[in-house]
Design a binder for this molecule. Structure first.
Ligand code: HGY
Ligand code: MN
Ligand code: MN
Ligand code: MN
Length: 420
């Protein structure tokens, strides 16, 4: 039963796109389809379903006693061209947990549940881990509701929640829907488990990260008539700043990328007068992210003023000084999970694998809803290997066996915690 369900949903990368597809942007029609399936399936498994006013869906199966439920949680939304495992694996394994409990008529001490957190990816609406953040009362509901989709569309989180029928009435808060504990099964999305030939990651925490938007204002001008020294070329400066970001990431032993870059006016023979690009900066320690941010701001201002940094401007004609403006879009401090939950995951993983050498403690390079869940309840995560360490890519792949093993560890973790 376990393997069948997970194999069904964890299709090989070359399989034809299915209804669970590779692109299920938050609050899109395909997200609605998956949500509707989630609600129908969990209700059929005897759960009560609560939808809050940021679209989080909480399915709860009653236990012998009343009280907050121990949850399996993750997210249904994906990147624009994401894989078939990021997020949905944790949801499917949670639902599989409920069906196994139902099938074997297991009565848990307290309620257990599965939660789908709205817009974990922040791909369409650019706030990462948005709705677990609202539930934890760390992201304001209004800010989340009014967030517009990237690319200048008119849709907002609130208008899309209304359109797909998931603007619930329950206030999104840990006070209205308390969780006893939160366990998240997730693909590792990196190369460690596979390269170390291990099967389960016991996740102890998540690294720090910050998102920025950098705006550069120069001047539109004719490519063919404007001498190099009198240009205010926003795109040339952006290219230098992004190159420099990579150099500072190397120097700080951090990670960084630019995932969105827009320029105007967007014509082959006009020097771009405006460029906007994003920065995603990550490192295990908050202090490293802060130090890198300070160096970037200092060096971006210097490069914009035409001062050379590390030979970046060597052998080139200086143009006009430009202005660079920063906006901080998102901040996630380094997170440590709860020792009780870490212990439960480790004990479950060792019991399920029967071999502690296949189990390793690790921290997460990616953000997850467990970051905000851990602000308000004991939390930990379970990682399973990613083929070639690839994720946020249609080639994302985890074998059905590894998915099923992770689902078993999730079930055992929730049951162990329920009995604690
Ligand atoms: O950005 C992240 O790490 C997560 O996928 N939202
Ligand atoms: Mn994810
Ligand atoms: Mn992701
Ligand atoms: Mn994530």
């Amino acid at each position: 039963m376990y393997r069948d369900v997970l194999i069904l949903y964890c299709r090989a990368p070359n399989a034809a796109p299915t209804e669970t597809g590779m692109s299920r942007l938050a609050l899109s029609d395909s997200d609605k389809q998956a949500r509707d399936w989630f609600v129908k399936t969990t209700k059929a498994l005897g759960c009560t379903v609560t939808i809050d006013n940021i679209g989080n869906i909480f399915a709860v199966r009653p236990g012998r006693r009343e009280g907050p439920a121990t949850f399996a949680g993750s997210h249904l939304d994906t990147q624009p061209s994401g894989g078939r495992y990021d997020g949905i694996l944790g949801i499917l394994a949670g639902i599989e947990m409920l069906s196994v409990l139902q099938e074997h008529q297991v009565e848990t001490e307290f309620p257990v549940g599965v939660v789908n957190w709205t817009n974990e990816e922040g791909a369409r609406f650019p706030i990462s881990m948005m709705s677990s953040g609202v539930w934890a009362e760390e992201i304001a509901l209004d800010r989340a509701h009014n967030t517009r989709e990237v690319g200048g569309g008119t849709a907002t989180v609130k208008s899309e929640l209304e359109r797909i029928g998931y603007l619930g009435s329950t206030p999104a808060s840990y006070r209205s829907v308390p969780l006893a504990a939160h366990f998240e099964l997730h693909i590792e999305q990196g190369p460690i488990l596979e390269s170390e030939k291990q099967k389960v990651g016991v996740v102890k925490g998540v690294q720090a990260y910050k998102w920025f938007t950098v705006n550069i204002d120069g001047r539109d001008a004719h490519t063919g008539t404007t001498p190099l020294q009198s240009r205010a070329d926003a795109m040339l400066l952006a290219a230098r700043l992004i190159t420099h970001t990579h150099r500072l990431a190397t120097a700080h032993n951090a990670l960084a990328s630019t995932g969105i870059l827009t320029l105007s006016p967007g014509s082959t023979n006009t020097i771009p007068g405006h460029v906007s690009f994003t920065l995603d900066i990550r490192a295990p320690a908050d202090a490293t992210v802060e130090a890198m941010e300070a160096d970037l701001k200092r060096d971006f201002a210097a490069l914009a003023a035409g001062k050379d940094i590390g030979g970046l401007l060597a052998n080139s004609t200086p143009g006009k000084p430009l202005s660079v403006e920063w906006r901080t879009d998102f901040v996630s401090p380094a997170t440590i999970f709860h020792p009780d939950c870490i212990g439960v995951v480790r004990a479950s993983a060792e019991a399920v694998t029967g071999d502690s050498s296949l189990v390793r403690d690790m921290s997460s390079g990616a953000g997850h809803d467990s970051v905000y869940a851990s602000r308000r309840c004991p939390t930990s995560m379970i990682f399973v290997p990613s083929k070639n360490g690839v994720s946020h890519n249609p080639e994302e792949y985890t074998s059905p066996e590894d998915c099923a093993l992770g689902a078993e560890v999730l079930l055992q973790s929730v049951l162990r915690y329920d009995r604690m």
